[in-house]
Design a protein around this ligand. Structure first.
Ligand code: BGC
Length: 737
């Protein structure tokens, strides 16, 4: 609809602009340069003045600087391509960008500014916890604020477009990119998608603190076969509509400026050549008014995916399917002209794509302010507020998985801090660290524990072993300090590069050397607190029984050490809950909470291991005890078009103040199509002082919360019995006409 309107305006204004152009006395500004006009008017006017060649150049993105994505060949490019639409900008300040922008505006006939994009996944320079961890905070407001900080740092450093948020629902921890998303649940991912878009874009894209967001990777990429990156995905239409599309629809409704088409082949058609998904669903059904960019080299990759014989055919397929901008491979630059001349691509489609891109440039205010202000570092990055927020985000995203006999908070005289992660700052950053630097990480776990406890506790340190390999020579030293301590804090985990793009693993287990270290330390008989830093759910079945307490700190970013020390000391009461299931073993994959009903729920179990996960979705302990009252429903029958306010009281019955997240689930036991055993419909986190109680509300709207989509994406609401569930509380609800 928006695109249609834009095209109509284009047609209308085509003649008008010509007249206006002639009407402008020399020296007067053309209409598209008049900030007082609407974006659509300006786009239409500018488009009417452009040659086909100028238009096609706008549809390409190239790179500038040294590529920090190791998977995309670390080439350095300073190639200046006059008239190109966009660059990926790898520098961390605005100087180079501005010089390029200046050069562009000097040579550009119409003065169309360049658009600079970059991968800002969990922070630009102030690195926050990885998104998977952020989701464990169940605090969308905080996630939005973290994105706003990233936006401020990026925009003030010369980037106005971020390739984020990554909203691929992912349920296979072997896939390295599980770290980049918000976990296994479509509703939660949708909520965080909306929060991230709001945080990045703010209320005004032209603000020097806002950037355009990009929902990626559209769509189904999270279902990579066997967790192997870039593989084809097979997604049933039902699962597509139920699980993989909803976060994108939510992000589009929230006004995301751009969408990135995915690498994967989906059901036989690569996502980058998928007309049904890109045009029929995204652009037509959802009325997406922004533009679609291909993932890196994804247009050219249509050749390796076997649907295009050469770059020209690849350009044709991607562009005809709905991809507006070609990232990096110049298939569009080199071939769209010929495709138009041959009548294969209508000029109207070129105009539509260019209009989408120009509209964003206008909305970002680039025509009025093409240059980023060149500020000194201390005015744009790592600002005190940014670090404070990164600390808060880390505190809220860590998950206390186990705490037998109240071992935590730590109460001891001497603590041995052992393991490859104990005094390591580098791997706290996680994958996709944008411009984050190891020296920005404010201390290792060991450093922060000493700082947190001061003279109250003695800390001894030994690495014991590396992250992998089989060198056990450090075990003896670790054993020696363990013998002197009252409690052992074992810090194990994954290196940065073990998750993220092109970082699949065949197992969720930690390398054998790390498990062996823990097993060896167990021989001391001392209580063990296991601290984990990783970018995916882990297989803990061999080591979990050896530990008294386990804290999942994830890859927590630059302030992670401080946040963890606060949790271990009890200054911070942990409040994170898992956004993804921790299977007992890798062999249980796929394992997620909202599976469909089994034909024989009482049979079909594994013969060799339990069928339950080790830690379920939503699991997370606190230092206090939250007691749930009964679920209250004002009436047990609801009509369509009615709303019902459900409530539950939660009492903090322990001695610590704390935050609790209540998850509201719905199930539909009998329906014309089978539904998952339960589905998350709402969540809320509240602070509850010790000894007090809080009421949590869920306003249930049948059309939103009890309906379902079929395999064609049509939404239905059926009368009948439903259940609403919170923890182990379950209540019946009848929906009538
Ligand atoms: C990744 C994208 C990223 C792009 C640009 C690709 O390899 O899949 O997520 O935005 O590179 O760096």
């Amino acid at each position: 609809m928006k695109t249609l309107f834009r095209i109509c305006s284009i047609v209308l204004f085509f003649g008008l602009s010509f007249l206006l152009d002639c009407a402008y006395p020399a020296g007067e500004i053309p209409l598209y340069k008049d900030a007082g006009r609407t974006v659509d008017e300006r786009v239409a006017d500018l488009l009417s003045r452009m040659t086909l060649e100028e238009k096609i150049l706008q549809l390409n993105q190239y790179i500038l600087g040294e590529n920090s994505n190791v998977n995309n060949i670390g080439e350095v490019s300073d190639t200046f391509i006059p008239g190109i639409g966009s660059y990926i900008y790898f520098n961390d300040n605005a100087v180079l960008r501005n010089s390029l922008q200046r050069r562009e505006l000097e040579v550009s006939r119409l003065g169309i500014p360049l658009l600079f994009g970059f991968d800002v996944i969990h922070g630009f320079r102030t690195i926050f916890p990885i998104p998977l961890a952020q989701a464990c905070s169940w605090n969308p407001e905080l996630v939005g604020q973290a994105c706003a900080v990233a936006a401020q740092e990026a925009r003030m450093s010369g980037v106005e477009w971020v390739f984020s948020p990554m909203i691929d629902v992912a349920r296979d921890g072997r896939w390295g990119r599980v770290a980049e998303g918000y976990g296994e649940d479509p509703y939660a991912t949708s909520v965080f998608a909306v929060a991230a878009v709001g945080g990045y874009q703010g209320s005004d894209l032209s603000s020097p603190r806002s950037v355009a967001a990009c929902l990626k990777h559209f769509v189904g990429y999270g279902l990579s076969q066997g967790g192997r990156d870039y593989e084809a995905t097979d997604v049933s239409p039902q699962a597509l509509w139920d699980t993989y599309l909803p976060p994108y629809e939510a992000g589009v409704c929230a006004g995301a400026a751009t969408v990135m088409s995915a690498f994967n082949d989906i059901n036989g058609t690569p996502a980058t050549a998928n007309h049904y998904l890109l045009t029929e669903v995204l652009k037509e059904k959802w009325d997406f008014g922004g533009f679609v960019v291909a993932d890196w080299n994804a247009v050219e990759q249509l050749i390796s995916q076997g649907v295009a014989a050469d770059k020209k055919e690849a350009a044709y397929k991607a562009f005809a399917a709905g991809v507006d901008m070609d990232m990096k491979d110049f298939c569009y630059k080199d071939h769209l002209g010929a495709l138009v001349a041959e009548g294969k691509i209508p000029v109207a489609r070129i105009d539509e794509a260019v209009a989408n891109i120009l509209a964003l440039k206008f909305r970002l205010g680039l025509f009025e302010q093409p240059y980023a202000v060149e500020l000194p570092e201390d005015e744009r990055i790592l600002l005190p507020y940014n670090k404070e927020l990164a600390t808060k985000m880390a505190e809220e995203s860590m998950v206390l998985l186990k705490n037998d006999n109240g071992l935590l908070p730590l109460c001891a005289k001497t603590v041995a801090v052992i393991g490859p992660m104990a005094d390591n700052r580098e791997h706290m950053l996680g994958s996709w660290t944008a411009h984050g630097r190891v020296e920005d990480v404010e201390g290792s776990i060991y450093d922060n524990l000493q700082k947190e406890f001061g003279k109250k506790m003695d800390f001894l340190y030994a690495a014991g072993c590396g992250f992998d390999g089989d060198d056990r020579s450090g075990f003896a030293e670790a054993r020696a300090i363990a013998e002197q301590a009252d409690v052992l804090v074992l810090c194990l985990g994954e290196k940065n590069a073990w998750s993220g793009e092109n970082a699949s693993r065949s197992t969720l287990a930690l390398p054998a050397i790390q498990e062996a270290l823990l097993q060896d330390m167990k021989k001391t008989g001392k209580p063990i607190v296991l601290v984990l830093s990783n970018g995916r759910p882990l297989e803990l079945c061999r080591i979990e029984p050896l530990c008294d307490a386990i804290v999942e700190m994830w890859q927590p970013g630059i302030m992670g050490g401080k946040a963890l020390a606060g949790i271990l000391s009890g200054r911070i009461n942990p409040s994170g809950k898992l956004s993804i299931t921790f299977p007992l073993t890798t062999g249980q994959i796929p394992m997620y909470y909202n599976t469909r009903q089994s034909a024989r729920p009482f049979q079909g179990k594994y013969q060799d291991i339990p069928t339950e996960p080790l830690y379920a979705f939503g699991h997370g302990l606190s230092y206090t005890t939250f007691e749930y009252g009964d679920l209250y429903l004002p009436k047990d029958t609801i009509r369509k078009n009615e709303k019902l306010r459900l409530e539950i009281q939660v009492t903090n019955a322990g001695n610590f103040d704390g935050k609790e997240t209540v998850h509201w689930f719905v199930s539909d036991p009998t329906c014309s199509i089978s539904r998952p055993v339960k589905e998350l419909k709402f969540f809320e986190k509240q602070f509850i002082e010790a000894g007090t109680c809080r009421t949590f509300y869920f306003e249930l709207i049948p059309e939103r919360d009890l309906s379902f989509v079929n395999a064609q994406g049509e939404r239905f609401l059926e009368t009948g019995t439903y259940y609403v569930m919170v923890k182990d509380k379950k209540i019946k609800l009848e929906l009538i006409d």
